[in-house]
Design a protein around this ligand. Structure first.
Ligand code: TPP
Ligand code: SF4
Length: 293
């Protein structure tokens, strides 16, 4: 098992150039007075949080220029620990809140952290329109295949036959491919990363934040406590290693030739477009309206 973990943690293609040790210390970016945190041992959301803050560090974004907007759920709760401007909004609405914030304060780096239930179920409509507008912000969707915080109900990303509290005989609904949806709706940059390979995930998030336009990053995370336990997926490391068999860790790919199949999911940047960023058009229109008064 230890050998398997060592092998899995080798950086994947695209990560090698920037995985050298840096002076990143996550404690510099956390509200350490709130520790210990609420997350269960082994929860993938903590690794996703680390990757985000590492990317912020490498980009040199000052904490008072970072605005993190979260929805409700264990994913949304991660924002509370970030020592920056943080906003815990209502379930499914972080993208709507972040849209107003990014329009009003283009000087901020706006990052949304949302869960698969928050983003694709109750908030699905907001996701589609955020992609369509292509406003400059970054959305991280932490996909743990379940509603973690509320006790493990089925989500739009729960795999076939998986056991959840609301699918005690196995899930029968088809699964949403969030990256294909975001690309089709016009997101400027679409990518997928795994918590298994944190340096590669950090690089992807760094590219997403640096991209001017709406960036959507699906982070393959793990609810070790509820999903893992219900589906008999073993210990936390075993659950996280499972990501390796479900993913093809190539870097640049094309979402169009990627039908959603759990055993053939690509990681890295899956789509990128040069569509106009919406904030510029919005500010030009409001300036013109002001001038004509
Ligand atoms: C309008 C509304 N409906 C339902 C809830 C209850 N609720 C809180 S968190 C949550 C699920 C979150 O699941 P997900 O977004 O997948 O995040 P996770 O906890 O798995 O990270 C739900 C249904 C709520 N807070 N508000
Ligand atoms: S319930 Fe699941 S998603 Fe929530 S903190 Fe625990 S392991 Fe993480």
């Amino acid at each position: 098992m230890d050998d398997a973990i060592d092998t899995a943690l080798e950086p994947c293609a695209g990560a090698a150039a920037t995985t050298a040790p840096s002076d990143f210390d996550i404690r510099d970016y956390l509200r350490t007075e709130l520790l210990p945190h609420f997350m269960c041992p082994g929860c993938g959301h903590g690794i996703a949080l680390r990757a985000l803050l590492w990317a912020v560090h490498e980009l040199g974004i000052a904490k008072d220029r970072l605005a993190v907007v979260t929805g409700i759920g264990c994913s949304g709760r991660t924002g509370a620990y970030i020592d920056a401007n943080t906003f815990h909004t209502t379930h499914g609405r972080p993208l709507a809140f972040a849209t107003g914030l990014a329009l009003a304060r283009p000087d901020l780096e706006v990052v949304v952290i949302t869960g698969d239930g928050d983003c694709l179920a109750i908030g699905g409509n907001h996701l589609i329109h955020a992609c369509r507008r292509n406003l400059d912000m970054t959305c991280l969707m932490l996909n743990n295949e379940i509603y973690g915080m509320t006790g493990g109900q089925v989500s739009p990303t729960t795999g076939a036959d998986r056991l959840t509290t609301t699918t005690p005989s196995g899930n029968t609904e088809p699964v949403f491919d969030a990256c294909a949806l975001a690309a089709a709706a016009g997101a400027g940059l679409v990518g997928r990363g795994m918590t298994l390979q944190t340096p590669a995930l950090k690089n992807l998030i760094r590219d997403a934040i640096a991209h001017r336009g709406f960036s959507f990053v699906e982070v393959i995370s793990d609810c070790t406590e509820i999903f893992g336990r219900k589906n008999d997926l073993g210990s936390s490391p075993e659950m996280i290693l499972r990501q390796k068999s479900a993913m093809r860790p190539e870097f640049y790919g094309n979402v169009v030739d990627q039908p959603f199949r759990p055993n053939a999911m690509k990681t890295g940047i899956l789509a990128r477009t040069d569509r106009p960023e919406y904030g510029d058009a919005y500010r030009a229109a409001t300036a013109a309206a002001g001038a004509s008064r």
